[in-house]
Ligand binder design. Sequence first.
Ligand code: SF4
Length: 419
Amino acid sequence: MNVRDSERMIAELSQKEEYSLTDEVECADLILINTCSVREKPVHKLFSELGALNIKKKDGAKIGVCGCTASHLGEQIIKRAPYVNFVLGARNVSKITEVLHRDRAVEVDVDYDESQFAFSEFRSSPYKAFINISIGCDKQCTFCIVPKTRGEEISIPADLILLEVKKAVDSGAKEIFLLGQNVNNYGRRFTSNKESINFTELLRRVSSIDGLKRIRFTSPHPFHMDDEFIEEFASNDKICKSIHVPLQSGSTKILRAMKRGYTKEWFLDRIDKIRSTVKDVSISTDVIVAFPGESDDDFEQTLEVVRDASFEQMFSFKYSPRPLTEAANFSGVVDEAVAKERLKRVQEMHDEMLDKKSKAHLNRVYSVYFEELRSDGFVAGRSDNNLLVKVKGSENLLGEIVDVLITKVARLSCEGRVV
Ligand code: SF4
């Protein structure tokens, strides 16, 4: 979401204010930091980064702080770092060219409706396009600050989404990435009287666009993963066979405390349904260990689900209390040493599983979309099921989807040759 928000701000600034990008901080007239607030560490990093940028920047250059930490801290950022020229929340990126001209501007309204806003174009990759299908989140997961920083969930009208997809495909993108906090809750609320369709129908309409080869999306919510959606995911050839299914915990007791809306059994049932209907699917997940009240038994259940679901990728973290969230006031805080140990155990177990699973890729042929030319003579891309694959080659491969025979495997990537 932040990558896409950055692209939107870059597009607005370059087309309306004639800015262009530079990698040299010392040359910049404007320095933007697009922030995350899901965990505590990036918030601390923001202020040390701001101090360093203030020393490096040229005279008269402006600094703007954008994104979720901007939404959450608002004016406090300028109080703590008075050289910051403006603060722009994650729900207000369309106002970038406005706040630019108002010194000490703070725009952090989480109710602001950007769902009808037509942004100008900028893409960080010529090969794929990130396209928002909804903004905000209506869930109230007790550990999560996102509903407070991105506001309530509003779906972007399907005709605007289809228009953006067509524009991206016409300009050369073969792959699009549909984005939202809960993509499969799409269609629940629009701000205008638009035709209401669900996510499965949106996928069908997007896939009918000529020239589009691949569709990816993130993140679906396990609660909304109905059979109709899984069957479309399985049968629609344009939809890449990789899916993120965020577990968070394997204990139904902890899932309830997190207000996730599903049980351990429902989660495993959805994984079974996906694995049994989608050949060669790759499933990734998120896991939080040491949520307040997590007992040894709760944690063992998380290990059990991670083992049973056999995820191809896992993003795991120790619980980090966030301001404005319910869980920040929960009792039953897990001892730091125990939390560290649990994180180590789940990661080691998953790494071992991956080492075994990755061997199965050897001598298989995957269809790979090449997007990156590396300095070591390799070209890298992703298979349909999201495997990172590299082959020896030149820029001729960039933007091409070709079959690759896998000749070498590692835990997170493979090497092969074009066949
Ligand atoms: S679904 Fe839960 S975890 Fe995801 S953004 Fe919404 S509140 Fe946060």
